[in-house]
Design a binder for this molecule. Structure first.
Ligand code: NAI
Length: 490
């Protein structure tokens, strides 16, 4: 097969390699899995299509998967999240920019939507083998579920004999997605049946993608087994929370350099991501207000000392707005026109529909000014309903896409080592034990979750207390774990 790839600039590879080397030091989970499985090569024969932010940390994941025997093709799961130097280093591998010998990556920072979906198609389509047979991926490693959706919708529309016409109701992105599926089916009318037949399973990284998987399973439409990596405790209670605690503030600072102390910041949603974001803003001295729809999370926010209000109550007075809900239409046009001058608006949830960017663009007379890439000022020509003056503006980050990866470089390595150790173990589970997983959605067993945590203790100098046998008997657990029942919530 030819070694195809599409990245910004292969001459960035050296810079990327230095960063990857330092990241490896901070990713003990992934590095010890490399050691543990070096001989066994459990992923030999796996052809993994990876759709996950192409960052330095992901580079360490990719090279862990290949160290375990897998072949890999990679795209980012967001048009702004690629670190071009990491992508270049992965493509170059042990070779040189003139003679790259690494892994095919299809990702660069600032893709168009057409390019994005084309890259997603590329990771599933592996070219022809020596005998001229078309080869496809046989595993998916997904973040947000776009690669999984392409296979599912592709097969559904293939069976229906056509891709439904694009309508006014479709978002711009869904229109582009339909056009891509139309093109692939014109090239090969049975493509998606063939791809779906190859895929042994998918491991899904994030809350939003997991939500899509459970919907497919509920409706009897899931095509292959899935592991919900997000709900490993060592993923969602660490990456979503402590990762965002680090990277939200990083994104805000790199984008605006506005002092956060003393400002009023609104965090929409107080789930795992919202908890990390609220903590992050409070740590900088912001006065944080939370909005929630769930009484339990609202009560948690109140107990943490945050004011809990509706967006409508505070929209005219707050300085910073962050959406973390995984829901849609959370900050709408009527909110944005009511905000005060130079309010900052950003989203850290997976998709860009938490903020109604399409509606904002349609406000009469609105002017969009690029301050720098992924930072835009939107100036209102008209007076607001409550007398907000014409000429006021708001600052929107990453066009409403996740700002921690658009305006900064996402989560730091150590926390991603936890998430990606879960991903690696989940890939091994689905690839090596096909008979044990039927077409449904699973979480990893607790002993593997505990293993991931254990792999990260030494690096932090943590000394764990060991249960004595009688103590273990008293608690009704094994000395070696698992230590908690499935229903325990941490
Ligand atoms: P979660 O389900 O734990 O939290 C979301 C919270 O938002 C829930 O408590 C829910 O009640 C609340 N919510 C829903 N609709 C709302 C609305 N209209 N107004 C106010 N609150 C509302 O989910 P989690 O894990 O916190 O993830 C949130 C989003 O962030 C997902 O899209 C996920 O995929 C994404 N994510 C992004 C990361 C990043 O690095 N940017 C990292 C991890 C997750």
């Amino acid at each position: 097969m030819t070694f195809d790839h599409q990245v910004r600039d292969l001459s960035l590879a050296e810079a990327g390699r230095h960063q990857i080397r330092l990241a490896e030091h901070e990713m003990p989970g992934l590095m010890s899995l490399r050691e543990e499985y070096a001989e066994a090569q459990p992923l030999a024969g796996a052809r993994i299509a990876g759709s996950l932010h192409m960052t330095v940390q992901t580079a360490v994941l990719i090279e862990t998967l290949t160290a375990l025997g897998a072949e890999v093709r990679w795209a980012s799961c967001n048009i702004y999240s690629t670190q071009d130097e990491a992508a270049a280093a992965i493509v170059v591998g042990q070779g040189t920019p003139e003679d790259p010998q690494g892994v095919p990556v299809f990702a660069w920072k600032g893709e168009t939507l057409e390019e994005y979906w084309d890259c997603t198609n590329q990771i599933l389509t592996w070219g022809q083998d020596a005998s001229g047979e078309q080869v496809y991926a046989n595993m998916i490693l997904d973040d947000g579920g776009d690669a999984t959706m392409l296979v599912h919708k592709g097969k559904e529309w293939e069976a229906a004999g056509q891709v439904p016409p694009t309508t006014e109701e479709d978002s711009e992105e869904f229109g582009v997605f339909k056009a891509l599926v139309r093109r692939t089916l014109a090239e090969d009318p049975q493509k998606w049946t063939r791809v779906a037949a190859e895929i042994k399973g998918v491991t899904e990284e994030t809350t939003t993608g997991v939500h899509r998987l459970y919907e497919l399973a509920r409706d009897g439409e899931l095509l292959f087994p899935a592991i919900n990596v997000n709900d490993s405790v060592t993923k969602s209670k660490f990456d979503n929370k402590y990762g965002c605690r680090h990277s939200l503030i990083d994104g805000l600072n790199r984008a605006t350099d506005t002092l956060i102390g003393g400002k009023v910041a609104v965090v929409c949603g107080f789930g795992d991501v919202g908890k990390g974001c609220a903590d992050s803003l409070r740590g900088q001295g912001a006065r944080v207000i939370v909005t929630e729809i769930d009484p339990i999370c609202a009560l948690q926010a109140a107990m943490e000392g945050y004011q809990v209000a509706t967006l409508e109550d505070v929209v005219e007075s707050a300085d910073i707005f962050i959406t973390t809900t995984g829901c849609y239409d959370v900050i709408r046009t009527e909110h944005m026109v009511a905000m005060k001058d130079k309010a900052i608006v950003g989203n850290i949830g997976h998709f860009d529909n938490e903020i109604d960017m399409a509606g904002l663009a349609k406000v009469p007379g609105i002017i969009k000014t690029e301050i720098k890439p992924q930072v835009h000022e939107w100036t209102f020509a008209e007076t607001g309903e409550n007398g907000q003056p014409a000429g006021r503006s708001i600052i929107v980050l990453s066009e409403g896409r996740l700002l921690n990866l658009g305006n900064a470089t996402g989560h730091p390595s150590f926390v991603m080592s936890n998430s990606f150790a879960n991903q690696t173990i989940a890939q091994i589970e689905l690839f090596t034990k096909p008979g044990e997983y039927s077409t449904d959605v699973y979480v990893l067993p607790k002993h593997l979750d505990e293993k991931v945590a254990r792999l990260h203790l030494d690096a932090l100098g943590v000394r764990l207390t060991e249960l004595t046998k009688p103590q273990a008997q008293y608690l009704g657990v094994d000395v070696a774990g698992p230590y908690k029942p499935e229903h325990y919530r941490y």
